[in-house]
Design a protein around this ligand. Structure first.
Ligand SMILES: Cc1ncc(COP(=O)(O)O)c(C=O)c1O
Length: 404
């Protein structure tokens, strides 16, 4: 038995700090329960959650339909190998292909794995379709984020994610986001794909200029290069459409999803049209847990919750939040920008934002800081204006207190 210290409920923190790799800069709080937009820590304190597991809990914490799907499925069948067929996986794939450009889905367990799969598919397709091993290079964007595996840190256009892990994988080229000229110049006979987040998430919620993604799609088509949309963060309603690329007049050849796809259960997915998917035949790629029945059942429940009313709430509450944050911007010079789409909202400061996230935590509000100076707000999509008001008022309190 581990004794509590100092009367507080800090056992989990102590044990974590002692036994788990220190790869996370954790906040000093242990959560034990979640419901909708709210979380509770082990002392019973309630928090408003504008982090949502980092854009995962799109349908809210412990949505009753997701909980039921998980528990029903867990009592029937938790796992069998992908050597066999299962009902939840097939039904989820049917729903996903029915609501997207894609004909087929490959299931895995995370965003990084989905992007790994996309990188492998792009290479294999280009090699076999166009003959020869020369066509393997993937163009990605500076400030992008695609995951933490070796291939995906190489794809990621941020040096800090790559430090100390060299040699990186060959065959990636980084160019600035929103720069069509740079893209035009970067194509060569080696290029097999362009991989891009429709809206950059970890890089600071960077929105594409009008016409940019359409032009990227056009160039890819012209050069017969695959277009991969990494919708791991932007997908599943986050921006007010099921997939962010639906805001633009462009369709990818390959799309990756994860985060919000299964209501908080681990899952990842790569989607593609048949003419591309057919280049990964039996034995060419696999995942032991990919599409496991429990995650897939949670995915089906989550997919069914992606209603018009949820997406419209996401759009209108997101707009309202941006409007309210913009009134703060008028008052405080250190706010450089407010931007977003749906409920992927950001406020860029001219100083590091971590301290503000700590102060908000004290007030019982979770927000995240990314790209050092960007406060990011990605609440569950059923959040109301009431919660937005609480969050923006708390920020204003901090900004006006002179404590910064
Ligand atoms: C756009 C994007 N791609 C990939 C990933 C990696 O996903 P995972 O952490 O599930 O591997 C993330 C995670 O933040 C992401 O935002």
């Amino acid at each position: 038995m581990v004794k509590k210290k100092g009367g507080g409920n800090n056992i989990s923190k102590e044990m974590t700090d002692r036994h788990i790799f220190k790869t996370y800069n954790r906040y000093p709080v242990t959560f034990v329960r979640g419901e909708g937009v709210y979380l509770w820590d082990e002392t019973g304190k309630r928090y408003i959650d504008f982090v949502a597991g980092l854009a995962v809990n799109n349908v809210g914490h412990c949505h009753k339909d997701v909980v039921k799907a998980i528990s029903d499925q867990a009592s029937k069948l938790i796992h069998v190998s992908n050597l066999y067929y299962t009902q939840p996986q097939s039904e989820l794939a049917r729903l996903m292909t029915a609501s997207s450009f894609a004909d087929r889905v490959f299931f895995c367990n995370s965003g990084a794995e989905a992007n790994e799969a996309a990188i492998k598919l792009a290479r294999r397709y280009s090699r076999e379709r166009f003959g020869g091993a020369k066509r393997y290079e993937i163009i990605t964007m500076l400030n992008s984020f695609h995951g933490r595996t070796m291939a995906t840190i190489t794809a990621t256009g941020q040096k800090k994610m790559q430090e100390g892990f060299q040699p990186l994988l060959a065959g990636f080229k980084h160019i600035p986001f929103n720069d069509l000229e740079a893209l035009k110049k970067s194509f060569s006979e080696k290029t097999c794909a362009v991989m891009i987040e429709p809206i950059q998430g970890e890089g600071g919620v960077n929105i594409p200029d009008a016409g940019y993604l359409e032009a990227v799609g056009e160039l890819c088509r012209e050069k017969r290069v695959l277009l991969i949309f990494d919708e791991v963060q932007t997908g599943m309603g986050r921006t007010g459409r099921l997939f962010a690329h639906e805001h633009y007049n462009v369709k990818p050849d390959i799309m990756t999803l994860a985060k919000g796809l299964a209501g908080g259960m681990p899952i990842g997915a790569m989607l593609a049209r048949e003419d591309i998917a057919s280049f990964l035949p039996p034995g060419s790629h696999a995942s032991t847990f990919g599409g496991n029945p429990v995650s897939a059942a949670a995915g089906i429940a989550t997919f069914k919750l992606m209603s018009r009313s949820l997406l419209s709430n996401c759009k209108s509450v997101g707009k309202y939040m941006i409007k309210r944050l913009n009134t703060l911007k008028k008052r405080y010079k250190f706010i450089k920008d407010v931007r977003g789409a749906g409920l992927m909202v950001a406020m860029e400061l001219d100083f590091p934002g971590r301290e503000i996230t700590m102060m908000m935590l004290e007030k019982g509000i979770l927000i995240n800081c990314t790209a050092e100076r960007v406060l990011r707000f990605v609440p569950p999509l059923m959040v109301g204006k009431k919660e937005v008001d609480i969050v923006v008022d708390a920020l204003e309190d901090i900004f006006s207190s002179g404590e910064l």
